[in-house]
Design a protein around this ligand. Sequence first.
Ligand SMILES: [Zn+2]
Length: 453
Amino acid sequence: MGSRLPPLLGALIAALAATGAAAAPPADCTYAIHVDTALVLDGTLTCVPGVTGFTVVEPATDLYLDLDWAEGETATTGRFRLDLGTFAAKENDRDSAQRLGRSVLATGGAWLLRPLGVLPATIDVTVTTDPGVTFATGLARHGAGYRLSSADLRFAGYSAFGKVDVHPMPYRDSDGNPAQVDLAILDGDLDLPREDIVAWARDSLDAAVAFWHGLPAPRVMVALLPRPGRGGVPFGRVMSGGGVSVMVLVGQHATPRDLADDWVFIHEMIHVGQPFVRDGMWFTEGQATYLEPLIRVRWKRQTEADMWREFVTRMPGGVAVIERTGMQHGGWRGMYYGGAVLMMLADITLRRASQGRIGVENCFRGAGRELGPSSSRHSLRALVEACDRAVGSPVMAEVVARYGMQAGTLDLEAIWRDLGVAWDGTTLTLDDTAPLAWVRRSMIRGGPDPKES
Ligand SMILES: [Zn+2]
């Protein structure tokens, strides 16, 4: 059909199509980076004339970097060479770069330079590799590469380089749009077959996606790091500046039982669904600490009694912080279970007021949809307000004001009695005749979003 158009009209349509493809404004900087088999990065930097130079984000980067730049009339250009493989082997730091056999996991701040003079600057990054070298990243896709803001570099997410197995896993977001997890397994020995590791990761993702009613971000990279000499799943962390990424350590000697009992992966996936809140770590850790055991009960990974045993034995330490200072001034100690107590209080209050139809999960789902996943940054106040808007009542604001921002007394024993949770130090029993046993059952079952029913 195109060949029958008059030449001028054809050219006009072609020009319009080209404009449409380039709808996003051009970036202030373009970084073209090549990774060789020694995991040395060679980069060409091209920026708008206002850029006056480049600097490292992580101080350690400087030790392994050669950098030159020049300011020209039409562009500021530079070249760099970063020995990321040696950097990762020598520093071996979770906050910058870690070496695992023939692979490296690095935060964006370890290998991407910050342009100076334009604040914030948008940066387009393309990465090419030698044959046999894999690159996987949590950075947000843009065209054939990735785009981020220099403001996100300090917390920029993880990328994996070298000998890395990447398993793309398609999901849907909460609006039904295609979304994807890239599971990236770094180099290292694991006793279990890779299929078992991948199946466990997929099952954990399925549980989290079912809870969030969709993958909370269009793309997520989950990096699995084999940990020599260790068992279990010892550690996880989310880093999401410029795009969502998660790191989970898997012990070399992890057993099927360890994976079935793991809580770390799901804990991190709860963080993925909420914005990053710098002034309320206790709140986000409380969310993950409260929801993770609940999700594992719903997903049949553990029993309801397992969950209450954990809460009954661990939450008193959190209440001590609530009663001494309130969570906002409590520091690290008691942060996880103190925060979880307040999430449980909000959950009970919401379910009592709605005959069990609405719980704290509706509050968090709404906040995630409004404010974005872990790649967005907000204040605690904004998160609490969005949470309350989603359920139409200021329950979370009241809980935070009463027990978060100041010391408050809280009778945990009365809560257990009302819910019908009894713990004698050895055995946990559940009493379905307790006055709020129906609330407990509704917490475990979950409920439909009123907007969806
Ligand atoms: Zn956490």
